[in-house]
Design a protein around this ligand. Structure first.
Ligand SMILES: *[C@@H]1O[C@H](CO)[C@@H](O)[C@H](O)[C@H]1NC(C)=O
Ligand SMILES: *[C@@H]1O[C@H](CO)[C@@H](O)[C@H](O)[C@H]1NC(C)=O
Ligand SMILES: *[C@@H]1O[C@H](CO)[C@@H](O)[C@H](O)[C@H]1NC(C)=O
Ligand SMILES: *[C@@H]1O[C@H](CO)[C@@H](O)[C@H](O)[C@H]1NC(C)=O
Ligand SMILES: *[C@@H]1O[C@H](CO)[C@@H](O)[C@H](O)[C@H]1NC(C)=O
Ligand SMILES: *[C@@H]1O[C@H](CO)[C@@H](O)[C@H](O)[C@H]1NC(C)=O
Ligand SMILES: *[C@@H]1O[C@H](CO)[C@@H](O)[C@H](O)[C@H]1NC(C)=O
Ligand SMILES: *[C@@H]1O[C@H](CO)[C@@H](O)[C@H](O)[C@H]1NC(C)=O
Ligand SMILES: *[C@@H]1O[C@H](CO)[C@@H](O)[C@H](O)[C@H]1NC(C)=O
Ligand SMILES: *[C@@H]1O[C@H](CO)[C@@H](O)[C@H](O)[C@H]1NC(C)=O
Ligand SMILES: *[C@@H]1O[C@H](CO)[C@@H](O)[C@H](O)[C@H]1NC(C)=O
Ligand SMILES: *[C@@H]1O[C@H](CO)[C@H](O)[C@H](O)[C@@H]1NC(C)=O
Length: 833
């Protein structure tokens, strides 16, 4: 490599500033490898625009090196392609990547190729051949630097990552299909067991395959009109993707482009297709969505004789009497090796009764795959049939049908205690295993009998305590879908008897807690839950399945007696209102952060409204319900609770403090509530992002201006929006973003629901993908403007609390008049609230 070449530095400069800390003087500023050059050791190629870097890398716990491509500007490495995934080298300094003999090759120091593009060229390749790393992450071999002829490209040989603009499909001429194939484990890029590929060109449907032979998930057919795969409704709110399907006589494939954030599709070594996105705020990769949604749906994720369970952090565990085959692989989250038997079976025909194999019951399971059915009539016969065949490892007898399993057991799944439709089977075990445990208890019995009775009683007491403790810790592990069912006592301990209160809301108070693994949680004690235990659990487990970066993650629940608690991830930066309004000890949120928070919230709400099968209306959008993580990434809290509280919700709403300023007029007009009510509340919040104070507060100069009305009139007049801006903000506000936010806010608070945008459209507006006209001043705000001098706005109702029913009650208006009592104005009051 020619590192003296100085011209690349001119284009490298901006990138260099970004990655200064990552790559020091050894960033070779070139994107090409020509016939006279080679790459070795820690030399790298960087694409012209600076998006990608190619070079040798060594995974953390590995002793092997590979040629790979990664994102240049992101400190957390994410390998999008690996050349020699199945042919690693041990020393990158004695190995070279070069263009040679018409191919791109990796050679060791005796010039023996370790890896090659294997192009069958007639000549030995021209000396003008060149390999270029393009800015979209494609590594291309061409016959000349400016040629349009691609001899080979890495996009045709993807590893585990599908990059934007790469094709993933079927080549009909060669009858080959491209597969995206997982790494073996987190540290080993070699070809893993799981892959994604286009199944058939006719309907554009993707399959996830296990070992390229058995499919376990399908995307459903491509719908060319709505541009989604029929079984991936998540795509509806995934505005960042734009998929395109091409199907002609030569090939059929999909490509996609992304609009905003850096985002990739990766098939993970645990068999799920993950959408990873780079969060602009934190510069860290984060998981947006996984398919299939449950890990245990992945075929043979856990190897032989292990069971999958969604509630276990490790997902896989061994059946009793078995232990992990390879602890090292298991530690690297590769469970495919499964488990091996601790003691050998004894299948000898002349075995005595004491030596003969036993059977152990495993219950509440999804049974292993591939049973064989036998035509026998009783449990005894079924058991005998299994015992008589040395390869039989388990049997089940249910509903008068006998099933036996021959050989290794796969795909058994342990269900949570709340599941009632689990099945049972009997696992074959060596007699010695079972005798061992009975011998031990025998010994304990003798010891207990031989000591004095007081000691024995003490022992029993201690044993009782131990049992009781054990049970207490076991209950915390039972699960509701992906949720943990906590015992009330454990939550009491975790929260130091509910001593550290984080806040209170319409649904109940929230307390901080710490789990034994020292992770922090927020525990919400629900009040006025109208549902019975079973319905509550069902409802909560649906909420638990809703996961998005911009939604607070529900970790678990507790339902004991009349106690109903929810356990969430703890958010270190608390709620948005604190940062936006109370500035005494908090730093003013700068404009960029405010904008990112507004956008993140919109994404979270769009997901709730449009992704889920049952549209979830939040009903209580306000700054108190937006939490901020350590990186100030916003998370919408309390979603799904409106439904949980059910009929009592209207009562809860009326007693909620500080909420009224955000309530849509339809809450009082009595019409059905739709997702557009959330849009209204969101719009009201957007105004507060601009002003940095509550809409309901008087402005600093004491004028009685209702801020949203003021903004609406400014926009309509085409006035300077910077006048409106929070005085505490430095001047680095982007005026275009300011305009977008103000317009979006005004559209969101239109009187007519149909005039308000959907949350999905709001996302697009804020992302700058959708331009919006100047909005009309909402009627309610217009009336306020007309009467500006005469009205004062309050948040709290200070009078008239006659019949507290939100939907029909018009008398709890929170606006009071000064010097005026015209009937027009009192109508205004009702509309604004
Ligand atoms: C490679 O080296 C040969 C001789 O050393 C020279 O003729 C040729 O121009 C060089 N090619 C490139 C692309 O630099
Ligand atoms: C290079 O690879 C060949 C074939 O694998 C091997 O025989 C040879 O020992 C290797 N040379 C070195 C120096 O590792
Ligand atoms: C390079 O990355 C930027 C964003 O980081 C993206 O906008 C641009 O499209 C990328 N270039 C190519 C060619 O993909
Ligand atoms: C490569 O393609 C571009 C546009 O497609 C064309 O302008 C250029 O002449 C082509 N170059 C060669 C060497 O064919
Ligand atoms: C394509 O290959 C598959 C197996 O890989 C084979 O079953 C099929 O018949 C082939 N189709 C054609 C048209 O050759
Ligand atoms: C995957 O399939 C190949 C044959 O195609 C077989 O040799 C291999 O054992 C299979 N892997 C596993 C883990 O079953
Ligand atoms: C999908 O629609 C686009 C235009 O919207 C069209 O060009 C393309 O041919 C269609 N593809 C298929 C497979 O129908
Ligand atoms: C298919 O391939 C043939 C031969 O390479 C080419 O002439 C034709 O234009 C291709 N068709 C399409 C739709 O690209
Ligand atoms: C596996 O992980 C455990 C705990 O992290 C560790 O104690 C053990 O040494 C690891 N075993 C291997 C073989 O890596
Ligand atoms: C069972 O038979 C085998 C030979 O078939 C013999 O080696 C073994 O000792 C016998 N075991 C018993 C308990 O009789
Ligand atoms: C055990 O059962 C399997 C499947 O029914 C059969 O193929 C095999 O021959 C049996 N083995 C013995 C020893 O009976
Ligand atoms: C590459 O070159 C060596 C490394 O340490 C030089 O001193 C440089 O340190 C650089 N090597 C690495 C491994 O970065």
């Amino acid at each position: 490599m020619d590192s003296k070449n100085s011209s690349p530095w001119s284009f490298m400069l901006p990138i260099f500033l970004v990655c200064l800390s990552l790559c020091t003087h050894l960033c070779l500023g070139t994107d090409k490898l020509d016939a006279n050059q080679s790459l070795s050791g820690n030399q790298t190629l960087t694409s012209l625009g600076g998006n990608f870097t190619l070079g040798f890398f060594t995974p953390e716990k590995s002793s092997y090196s590979y040629i790979g491509i990664w994102y240049n500007k992101v400190s957390e490495r994410h390998f999008v392609w690996v050349a020699n995934r199945d042919n690693p080298v041990t020393d990158s300094y004695s190995t070279e990547l070069k263009v040679s003999g018409g191919n791109l090759v990796i050679v060791n120091d005796s010039q023996v190729p370790v890896w090659s593009t294997n192009l069958r060229t007639s000549s030995s390749g021209s000396s003008s051949m060149v390999a270029v790393l393009e800015d979209n992450g494609n590594f291309v071999l061409k016959d000349a630097p400016n040629s349009n002829v691609t001899l080979w490209q890495s996009f045709d040989h993807p590893t585990n990552t599908w990059l934007p603009s790469a094709k993933l499909g079927i080549d009909k001429r060669k009858n080959t299909s491209q597969l995206l194939t997982s790494w073996k484990n987190a540290e080993d890029p070699s070809t893993g067991l799981f892959s994604l590929g286009l199944h058939s060109s006719s309907d554009g449907e993707y399959y996830l395959w296990w070992n390229r032979s058995k499919h376990y998930w399908t995307s459903g057919a491509w719908d060319n009109r709505s541009k989604i795969f029929s079984l991936v409704p998540e795509m509806r709110s995934n505005y960042i993707y734009d998929f395109k399907y091409v199907d002609n006589e030569n090939e059929s494939y999909f490509t996609y482009s992304i609009k905003i954030t850096l985002s990739t599709l990766v098939i993970d070594h645990s068999g799920q297709l993950n959408q990873d996105s780079l969060l602009p705020s934190s510069h860290a990769w984060s998981l947006i969505c996984s398919l299939p949604r449950q890990r245990c749906e992945v075929y043979r994720l856990c190897g032989p004789f292990s069971v999958c369970s969604e509630d276990n952090d490790n997902f896989c565990s061994c059946l009793p009497g078995f232990s992990i085959s390879s602890v090292r692989d298991w530690n690297l989250t590769d469970w495919s090796g499964g488990c091996k038997r601790d003691s050998d079976l004894n299948c000898a025909a002349n075995a005595s009764n004491a030596e003969r194999d036993r059977f152990l019951l495993s219950s509440n399971m999804i049974l292993p795959e591939d049973p064989q059915s036998l035509d026998v009539r009783s449990d005894m016969e079924c058991r005998a049939a299994c015992l008589s065949n040395c390869s039989c490892t388990a049997y089940a007898f249910e509903d008068n049908a006998c099933s036996i399993w021959i050989g290794d057991l796969f795909n058994a799944q342990q269900l949570s205690q709340s599941d009632t439709d689990g099945k049972s089977f009997y696992l074959r075990r060596a007699a010695s295993d079972i005798q061992d445990t009975s011998k031990k208890s025998y010994v304990i019995a003798i010891v207990a009998g031989s000591v004095s009775s007081t000691v024995a009683i003490l022992a029993i007491v201690f044993f009782g305590i131990w049992r009781w403790r054990r049970r207490a810790s076991v209950t915390t592990k039972t699960v509701e879908g992906s949720l943990i069912a906590f015992a009330y006592r454990d939550l009491q301990v975790a929260t130091k008897n509910f001593s550290e209160k984080l806040g209170g809301g319409g649904f109940g108070s929230v307390f901080k807690g710490t789990l034994p693994d020292s992770s922090h949680i927020a525990v919400k004690k629900l009040e006025s839950v109208s549902q019975g235990e079973k319905q509550f659990r069902t409802e909560v487990s649906t909420i638990g399945n809703i996961q998005h970066v911009n939604l607070v993650r529900l970790r678990g629940l507790c339902s004991e007696g009349d106690k109903r608690l929810l356990v969430y991830d703890f958010m270190p930066n608390g709620s948005l209102d604190y940062h936006l309004f109370h500035r005494k000890d908090s730093k003013t949120l700068d404009w960029k952060t405010r904008y990112q928070i507004a956008l993140g919230m919109a994404r979270g709400l769009a997901y709730l409204h449009e992704k889920c099968r049952d549209c979830i209306i939040h009903c209580d959008i306000k700054p108190e319900n937006i939490l901020l993580d350590a990186e100030f990434c916003p998370k919408v809290a309390d979603f799904g609770l409106a439904k949980l509280v059910g009929r009592d919700f209207s009562r809860v709403l009326t007693t909620m403090r500080g909420t009224r300023g955000y309530l849509a007029p339809e809450w009082i007009s009595g019409v059905a509530i739709t997702a557009k009510a959330d849009v209204y509340s969101y719009g009201m919040m957007l105004f507060e992002f601009v002003s940095g104070r509550r809409n309901s507060e008087l402005s600093e100069d004491g004028a009685n201006k209702f801020f949203p009305a003021w903004v609406a009139s400014k926009i309509a007049e085409g006035g300077d929006l910077l006048d409106l801006l929070d005085r505490d903000l430095e001047t680095n506000t982007d005026t275009e973003e300011l305009t977008r936010i103000c317009r979006a806010a005004c559209w969101c608070v239109q009187d007519e629901e149909t005039h308000r945008p959907s949350m999905g459209q709001v996302v697009q507006i804020l992302e700058g993908l959708l331009d919006v006209n100047v909005p009309r001043i909402p009627r309610a705000l217009q009336l306020l403007l007309d009467n500006q001098e005469h009205v004062v706005f309050f948040t709290e109702s200070s009078s008239s609390n006659q019949s507290a029913q939100t939907k029909s009650n018009t008398s709890t208006a929170s606006l009071q008049k000064q010097n005026s009592s015209s009937s027009t104005k009192s109508r205004v009051l009702r509309m604004i609230r």
